[in-house]
Design a protein around this ligand. Structure first.
Ligand code: ADP
Length: 650
């Protein structure tokens, strides 16, 4: 096929513009990105070869760096899987990741080129645009590549100015060669000279020391000249050019914890996850006993934008006897822990383990159980020892923990203890269920909650008046799914969860109950017919109308049954296109409220007054709005408000 010229996809072009014009001070990281891609490509060639014999294998894999000082060129050669022509176009011309648009918007919002580089850098990495970072240091990039099961190669060339060309090329060996025509060095402005061996070597050591394949480079070294027979004195040295390995190549997870610096753990994480930010926590341990394995796990700082999409792929790298067997073994962790990144190495698994048998394998299940316990344990420690850090973690990964508390029956109690809620106890600080229980009043039997859109609506909700009067703490569930989570969990430390908006709260003591019953009896006797009249007005939308002693300052509230969906959740569900059948609730009235008392006077004088209809609408609407629900017949409600307003003014 002849040479083809392609335009970069619009998003890619925007990204490259950002790269080229970026004044991001850490330009050296381009080398880490290219080496990381090369290492991934070698891994891929090896593990695809396990099942596909057409993929040829290289006995001695390497990543070679060549420097041409005169032409100011830096070349990276790898023995990886390589790419077919189609793959080059698909992988290098476009950004496949669906989040590109989002990242660009975020980048624009935070400004493309801050001097610290922090904002764009944080974002760039999340979406894996590693290759394009080479445009920070190069005016032109040439890529020669050949896939390990093909004979034809491909050349890709771009100056980053909107287009790139692709044509066929003879490529002697499978793998990829990337040549960068470097921009002039400008060390003062953060662009060191990458034709300087020392610069390249220290950059490799800094970011890529753990890479499992030798990173080779020719450089000048001093060698001792062997002494001739009879020669004495100090041995002489001479300067020679020799190819050396720049990295130590030791898999980081096999090294003793004390020998690994934090930065090394962090760099390995970035290589593994394509995240540019450091991880929140590193968990490194060796399990011994019935099944032995080494685990290096990372909790990220930030949730990937697609973590909560069903298409999200999690999983850990699985090594058996130093061979990478699976790139993303999702079976090693329960689905809700899919945000955890890392590596597992075990000698107890067969080398030819396939995805099909992974799920049933008892070793894998034992590892999964061990990892889950360990991660939950670490999170518990984080919560207990570093509350602020945990709160930040929860902001990002709370939904995953909730998913776990609702689905992992075995660890339900421990995961429930990791949940955080807004509560009436503190305006700012969220509470754990443990803390709630520790503050419960001696006679209090249940954990009370109320669900709604915002803390401020809930704080003033008529449903919580009686609880507040008793000094009972109330959890404010402002995340719509919290209510489902609590319904799934059912209880915590044997205390049941109870919605303040559903059914009878049963919190009064015997004496109070008697007094309340008396009050209601009297109200029924005196104003009973009013209830019937209001019910007649609202008969299509409420189940019943009753007097209640649960209300203190509010005139009315709507009470549902124990397992009803709250109005707020119903609103969210129906917005998401789910069919929520309308539920009729009971309208409770406060017999001691001015509006109710005066309404009775009005009714008593004229049982057929037209105002009755307006007041029924208002009492009902008040209760719906206080719950964060939506009034079914807004026109009717508005009419009632205007009628009463104009009557009051006249
Ligand atoms: P990422 O590495 O995050 O996927 P990049 O833009 O760095 O993003 O690379 C895009 C894709 O191009 C890679 O996913 C890989 O499929 C392919 N690729 C990049 N470099 C190489 C290489 N050296 N060998 C083979 N494929 C590569």
């Amino acid at each position: 096929m002849s040479t083809q010229t392609f335009e970069f996809q619009a998003e890619t072009r925007q990204l490259m513009d950002l790269m080229i014009h970026s004044i991001y001070s850490n330009k050296e990281i381009f080398l880490r990105e290219l080496i990381s891609n090369a290492s991934d490509a070698i891994d891929k060639r090896k593990f695809l070869g396990l099942t596909d014999k057409s993929i040829t294998q290289e006995e001695n894999n390497f990543i070679r760096i060549e420097i041409d000082k005169t032409a100011r060129r830096l070349t990276l050669i790898d023995t990886g899987i390589g790419m077919s022509r189609d793959e080059v176009v698909a992988n290098i011309g476009t950004i496949a990741k669906s989040g590109t648009k989002e990242i660009l918007e975020q980048m624009k919002a935070s400004g493309p080129s801050t001097s610290s580089g922090a904002a764009p850098a944080d974002l760039i990495g999340q979406f894996g645009v590693g290759f394009y970072s080479a445009f920070m240091v190069a005016d032109k990039i040439t890529m020669l590549t050949r896939r390990a099961n093909e004979t034809k190669g491909t050349r890709w060339v771009s100056t980053g100015a909107g287009t790139y060309t692709v044509d066929d090329a003879d490529v002697a060996q499978a793998g990829t060669t990337i040549t960068l025509d470097l921009k002039p060095a400008d060390a003062e402005n953060g662009l060191p000279d990458f034709t300087d061996e020392f610069v390249v070597e220290s950059t490799v050591k800094k970011y890529s020391d753990f890479i499992a394949y030798p990173i080779l480079m020719k450089k000048e070294v001093y060698e001792t000249i062997p002494q001739k027979e009879g020669e004495s004195g100090e041995p002489k040295t001479e300067k020679v050019v020799k190819e050396v390995t720049l990295n130590s190549m030791k898999p980081i997870w096999t090294r003793s914890k004390n020998d690994v610096k934090d930065e090394e753990y962090n760099e390995f994480y970035k290589h593994l996850s394509h995240d540019w930010e450091n991880p929140l926590k590193v968990i490194n341990y060796r399990a011994e006993g019935r099944i032995e394995y080494q685990a290096l796990l990372y909790l990220p700082n930030r949730a990937p934008f697609d973590l909560y999409y069903t298409s999200f792929k999690g999983g850990l790298q699985l090594y058996v006897k130093k061979v990478l067997i699976l790139e993303r073994a999702e079976e090693l962790l329960p689905r809700y822990l899919r945000f955890v990144r890392g590596v597992i190495e075990s000698a107890d698994l067969p080398l030819n383990i396939s995805r099909e048998i992974l799920q049933q394998d008892r070793h894998i299940n034992a590892i999964k159980k061990g990892l889950t316990t360990k991660i939950i344990g670490e999170l518990t420690t984080l919560l207990e020892k570093e509350r602020d850090k945990y709160a930040d973690f929860y902001k990002e990964f709370g939904p995953a923990i909730k998913e776990g508390a609702s689905t992992d029956f075995e660890n339900k109690e421990k995961l429930s203890a990791l949940l955080l809620f807004a509560s009436s106890n503190d305006k700012e600080k969220q509470t754990t269920l443990k803390e709630y229980v520790s503050r419960m009043k001696s006679e209090q039997k249940e954990i009370y909650y109320i669900a709604g859109e915002s803390r401020s609506t809930l704080e003033n909700s008529p449903h919580t008046e009686a609880l507040r009067a008793k000094g009972y703490e109330i959890l404010y569930l402002v995340d719509a799914y919290d209510e489902i989570v609590l319904q799934n969990i059912g209880s915590f430390e044997e205390k049941k969860f109870k919605s303040a908006a559903k059914g009878d709260l049963d919190i009064a003591d015997e004496k109070q109950k008697e007094k309340d019953a008396e009050k209601i009896k009297e109200a029924d006797k005196k104003m009973g017919p009013l209830l019937g009249a209001i019910k007649e007005q609202l008969k299509d939308i409420v189940k019943d109308v009753k007097f209640s002693s649960a209300l203190v300052s509010a005139p009315s509230r709507l009470v549902g049954e124990e397992f009803d969906v709250s109005p707020y959740l119903a609103k969210i569900l129906s917005r998401n296109g789910e069919n929520v059948p309308p539920m009729k609730k009971t309208l409770e009235l406060n017999p001691e409220h001015e509006v109710v008392k005066k309404l009775f006077v009005l009714y008593d004088k004229n049982p057929t007054s037209e105002k009755l209809q307006d007041y029924a609408q208002i009492l009902y609407g008040h209760a719906v709005i206080a719950d964060g629900g939506e009034i079914a017949d807004v026109a009717m409600f508005n009419k009632a408000v205007l009628h009463l307003a104009s009557a009051a003014l006249s």
